[in-house]
Design a protein around this ligand. Sequence first.
Ligand SMILES: Nc1ncnc2c1ncn2[C@@H]1O[C@H](COP(=O)(O)OP(=O)(O)OP(=O)(O)O)[C@@H](O)[C@H]1O
Ligand SMILES: [Mg+2]
Length: 332
Amino acid sequence: MDKKIKIATIGAAVQDVFLMGSALKAKRDVRTHDFVEQFPLGAKLELDKVVFSTGGGATNAAVTFSRYGFDTSFLGKIGDDPAGELIQKDLRSDGVDTSLLKCDIDGTTGYSTLLLSPRGERTVLVYRGVSQELEVEDFNHFAKLKADWLYISSLSGNFPLLESIIHYAKTHDIKLAINPGSGELKQAERMRKLLSDFSLVSVNKEEASQLVDGDSAEELTSNLVRHTETAVVTDGPNGSYASDGEKLYAAGMYEDAPVIDRTGAGDAFTSGFVAKVADGGSIPEALTYGSANSTSVVGKIGAKEGILMSDTKLKKMKIEETKLPQKEEVHA
Ligand SMILES: Nc1ncnc2c1ncn2[C@@H]1O[C@H](COP(=O)(O)OP(=O)(O)OP(=O)(O)O)[C@@H](O)[C@H]1O
Ligand SMILES: [Mg+2]
């Protein structure tokens, strides 16, 4: 990198507490046949292990960017409490600038309790706290921000805030990437209208189907890219898809490694993909970096554990390319 790329991430910051033990083994519900966690009301259950870490998509992404070598800052809200302190400590120890982090002294930091099953799946009890209270005024306070890229994760459906960030980015020549949260996706029509303002939109398959039509991940990706410059759709262990409107790229699994905890898979993938693109990489290179980053993260407990360092040697992945029909070809 000649000049250090500057990137800021905006969104939630939470403390994550992982609970593990045989009492958390998922069982089949006899009626629905779905896997469920079940506890007798009033029971006291013994646990084998507790891991304290931090999460929130924007803080996880910030760590990817900082370890990649970008000049990274995080914009979000915490409370004046131990969870908020831990978030700051985690970000700072990874070299993320926290000077624009807003502390609400009367509020409580977001806090998630994750019940981790022995197979790596988890049930999450989320208290969003002040992480969901970022407001337009807070962004105005952040607006001295200088960056080449802005990476947005969940804004809890605060569209006025999203619109002011877009306006700021447009008027300051900043590229935008988004991994929208459930609050944004709930208002699909409103979100869809804003997609053209982004250089990159990344969602999982289920989220993609809230934004565009399509049955398969391939179809969803090619429909999503009609609204934005680069579209990414992830499909858990089935891999990922991306398109720049000309070609559709499909990547499988990076490697067949054990899954210990899938928390942060999506964040690691999307931020890894964005890091490569911001660094001038091609879509196949970005799919490889995103896949390697997420594979490394699902092999460890916690959303930030395992995030790659820039000097990690990557394996070459097999990536399939297909040409997408262009407008003229469609009407021909
Ligand atoms: N079980 C798994 N084994 C290996 N790789 C995985 C697994 N789950 C996810 N990945 C990798 O992570 C990427 C993103 O995962 P996924 O599609 O589940 O994202 P997500 O639903 O947004 O996740 P999150 O719940 O973290 O937001 C996948 O495309 C894949 O490369
Ligand atoms: Mg996700």
